[in-house]
Design a protein around this ligand. Structure first.
Ligand code: ITT
Length: 199
């Protein structure tokens, strides 16, 4: 019988990526919404891992016999000392459009040469198993902040995050291309290995 995985996120884009990446594993990925659970705990942690675990723990008590997953992710820009980092969703305000957030970040890098525009997406996944055991995995993808947004795919900061090997932004990649190299893809592949060890 396939196992139920409840993914603790309110972000539908993440759900879509997780379903694509865990495809083929004998699990059924359900969202909080589908399970009738509402949860938006305050992300008071100081690391991606702490915040991911806070989100997972907030719903683990409400589900029976399911694997609970939560992700906390964000963009670290080296020239800005790692900003927006764990505050990526909250940068310039939670309700501010990504057109505005992306334009602001590009503006803050005005005149900065390519070699100093390095950045990475980071994703921590927290997992709580039905027996209460917990672990986290982390994935990253290295890139740089471009001079203008490009691409319609993905979400969030994807239009300004460029990957040298592909010569385009992650918003210009197909979902398959992005998942194959992304921070969330890498963290989920590590999670998948961990789960396979424990089953
Ligand atoms: P949940 O907390 O409900 O999961 P959220 O969108 O608030 O949803 P986070 O707190 O993890 O999620 O914030 C992550 C933010 O980092 C996200 O809103 C984007 O701005 C950015 N981000 C994360 N992964 C990204 C990706 O693959 N592409 C573009 N931006 C990404």
């Amino acid at each position: 019988m396939s196992k139920t995985v409840v993914f603790a996120t309110g972000n539908q884009n993440k759900v879509r990526e997780v379903r694509q990446i865990l495809d083929g594993l004998d699990v059924e990925v359900r969202t909080m919404k589908e399970m009738g659970i509402a949860s938006e705990p305050e992300e008071t942690g100081e690391t991606f891992e702490e915040n991911a675990m806070i989100k997972a723990a907030a719903i683990a008590d409400a589900v029976q016999d399911a694997i609970v997953l939560a992700d906390d992710s964000g963009l670290e820009i080296d020239y800005l000392n790692g900003e927006p980092g764990i505050y990526s969703a909250r940068y310039l305000g939670e309700d501010t459009s990504y057109e505005v957030k992306n334009a602001k970040l590009i503006e803050r890098l005005e005149g900065v040469p390519k070699e100093e525009r390095t950045a990475r997406f980071v994703c921590a996944i927290a997992c709580i198993l039905p027996d209460g055991s917990r672990f986290t995995t982390r994935g990253t993808i290295e890139g740089y902040i471009g001079w203008e947004p490009a691409g319609e795919n993905g979400f969030g900061y994807d239009p300004i995050f460029y990957v040298d090997e592909y010569g385009c932004s992650t918003a210009q990649m197909t979902p398959e291309q992005k998942n194959a190299i992304s921070h969330r893809g890498n963290a989920l592949r590590a999670l998948r290995l961990e789960l396979e060890k424990r089953w």
